[in-house]
Design a protein around this ligand. Structure first.
Ligand SMILES: NC(=O)c1ccc[n+]([C@@H]2O[C@H](COP(=O)([O-])OP(=O)(O)OC[C@H]3O[C@@H](n4cnc5c(N)ncnc54)[C@H](O)[C@@H]3O)[C@@H](O)[C@H]2O)c1
Ligand SMILES: O=P(O)(O)OC[C@@H](O)[C@@H](O)[C@H](O)[C@H](O)CO
Length: 491
């Protein structure tokens, strides 16, 4: 089967081809972290913005972060790849033409830095996962004791995301290439401010970093953004489907749900694509949207993932079809999260929750509970702990939020499903959590493991919080996931 690329694009059915000719596009964006999500979200919004505005200067130079795999998939395809949109009524395919260059970050550092310093580029976007920011879990700030961060600051070819970004900004300053916007698109609260703080903390480690920091303060903005589209890891069967539908082999194919949302803080000093013409919302303050999504969609996702993993359920769609788990997710969102959220103009939270649960139930998406459950120690803070803390403050009982935290702890500490089969939930804090809890028995593991994961002392000292987590932790072992979820859903 021929590979998808510029030479074979003409053989792809016209209904799957863009009206943009990839050869006519010029690079204006550098993207750090070319995973599946970027390809199905920001790249698609950018293509649509170019189509709507007629501007062809916003093609993407994408940088891999950890190794050449995605570069080696996309380079032989001249950056072309397919987005399959899967819903209950079937699948749609589009070949996206806007990624015009793929750079392997680790081995092509100089090329990546040159791109950030290119005057034609005025936007850098990022999707590198929560752990790539190297934050101290307790403070949520750049961990300046991290050996890789220190090596980057000492002048090694930069390997961390913040190290690479700052090196690129330094080169841009030297080149006099002007203003730039750095748009974080990871699922982190206040993601623009968080990244800006990390960049300044990194500059403080550099000899002569003050001058660079002053230049960044004047020339670089860090708009926060809320991103939403469910994009599971692509399976081989899905790649085979693309092959059957389009008649070409696509190693970089991605699959997504029909829904897509992007809310971007209006904080740009440099030109940007007309993303609003592609349906993005450009607003003065993203925080209410972000908080609503993290505490509602992402929290319910995490609950279903941890509970699903423990119950031996493979996908989110299967988990949300279990009545006890669906009831628990609905209670979490409708009763525990809603009172903690600010009122967002134009947002009907009740409807939002039902839409989210319906999106999860899309049986055409193979979003595995294992994938969503990964890296819980970096996710429970923004998704669940805030809801639990705010609920206790409001004198309500965060029953399901604490159940989700207990289920996460069991995934990491016990590492066995209800049926005794081994679990493989990956978490960067797993070793330290297990070490901290090694001498504890039963629910005695809860406090040391939470402390090792960086949960704040104030919440750990709140007896109602730890009491609830300990009690669910015990009950999950004694009664199983479904019965425990039924009880939590009852409040
Ligand atoms: N997939 C989704 O449904 C979705 C939806 C909304 C937001 N997001 C955000 O996008 C992120 C990426 O999701 P994805 O589906 O593209 O994942 P992916 O696994 O396809 O890609 C992850 C990218 O992050 C990089 N990365 C991973 N760990 C890293 C590390 N320790 N240091 C540096 N780089 C690292 C990888 O190299 C890769 O480029 C998520 O973590 C989330 O914050 C994803
Ligand atoms: O991508 P992560 O690992 O931050 O979280 C897993 C999912 O909850 C997440 O990707 C959702 O699918 C997404 O946030 C929907 O927009």
């Amino acid at each position: 089967m021929p590979r998808l690329n510029l030479a074979t694009l003409g053989s792809v059915p016209p209904w799957a081809r863009s009206t943009l000719d990839p050869r006519d596009l010029a690079v204006g964006i550098v993207h750090l972290g070319i995973g599946g999500f970027h390809r199905a979200h920001q790249a698609v919004f950018t293509e649509d913005a170019m189509l709507a505005s007629g501007q062809t200067r916003w093609a993407i130079s994408a940088v891999t972060q950890r190794g050449p795999r995605v570069r080696d998939e996309l380079a032989p395809q001249d950056g072309l790849y397919t987005v399959t949109t899967r819903s209950r009524s079937g699948a749609g395919y589009r070949v996206v033409p806007v990624v015009r260059e793929v750079i392997d970050g680790p081995s092509q550092v100089e090329t990546a830095l040159d791109r950030i310093a290119d005057p034609a580029v005025s936007v850098v976007t990022l999707t590198v996962t929560e752990k790539a920011y190297r934050l101290d879990p307790a403070q949520g700030r750049l961990d300046t004791t991290d050996p890789d961060v220190r090596a980057d600051a000492a002048g090694a070819p930069p390997q961390t995301v913040v190290g690479r970004l700052v090196a690129g900004l330094r080169r841009r300053q030297a080149a006099g290439a002007g203003a730039l916007a750095v748009v974080c698109c990871d699922n982190l609260p206040d993601n623009g401010r968080l990244l800006r703080r990390a960049v300044f903390a990194f500059c403080a480690l550099l000899p002569g970093g003050d001058g660079l920091a002053a230049w960044i303060a004047e020339h670089v903005t860090f708009p926060s953004s809320m991103v939403d589209r469910i994009v599971p890891a692509t399976t081989e069967a899905e790649r085979a489907e693309v092959e059957a539908a389009l008649g070409v082999r696509d190693e970089a194919a991605v699959v997504a749900e029909p829904f897509g949302q992007w809310v971007i803080e209006d904080d740009f000093r440099s030109p940007r694509p007309a993303w609003e013409r592609a349906g993005a919302l450009v607003v003065p303050d993203v925080r209410p949207y972000e908080l609503t999504k993290l505490r509602t969609l992402n929290a319910c996702h995490s609950l279903l993932a941890y509970a699903g993993v423990l119950a031996g359920i493979g996908t989110i769609a299967e988990a949300v079809a279990v009545p006890e788990l669906q009831a628990a997710a609905r209670r979490l969102a409708q009763c525990e999260v809603r009172p903690t959220l600010p009122v967002t103009e134009g947002l009907d939270h009740h409807r939002y929750v039902e839409t989210v649960l319906d999106r999860f139930a899309n049986p055409a998406l193979q979003h595995t509970t294992q994938q969503v459950a990964a890296d819980g120690s970096l996710k429970v803070g923004p998704r669940l702990l805030g809801t639990a803390a705010d609920g206790l403050e409001l004198s309500t009982t965060p029953a399901v939020a604490t159940l989700a935290i207990a289920a996460w702890l069991r995934c990491v500490l016990v590492a066995k499903a209800d049926d005794g089969s081994p679990l493989a939930v990956s978490d960067p804090a797993a070793d330290s959590m297990r070490t901290a809890a090694r001498n504890a028995t039963g629910a005695g593991a809860v406090r040391p493991a939470l402390a090792a994961a960086g949960v704040s002392g104030a919440l750990l000292d709140e007896g109602r919080f730890t009491g609830l987590v300990e009690s669910w932790y015990t009950q999950l072992a004694a009664a199983g996931v479904r019965a425990t979820a039924r009880e939590a859903a009852a409040g």
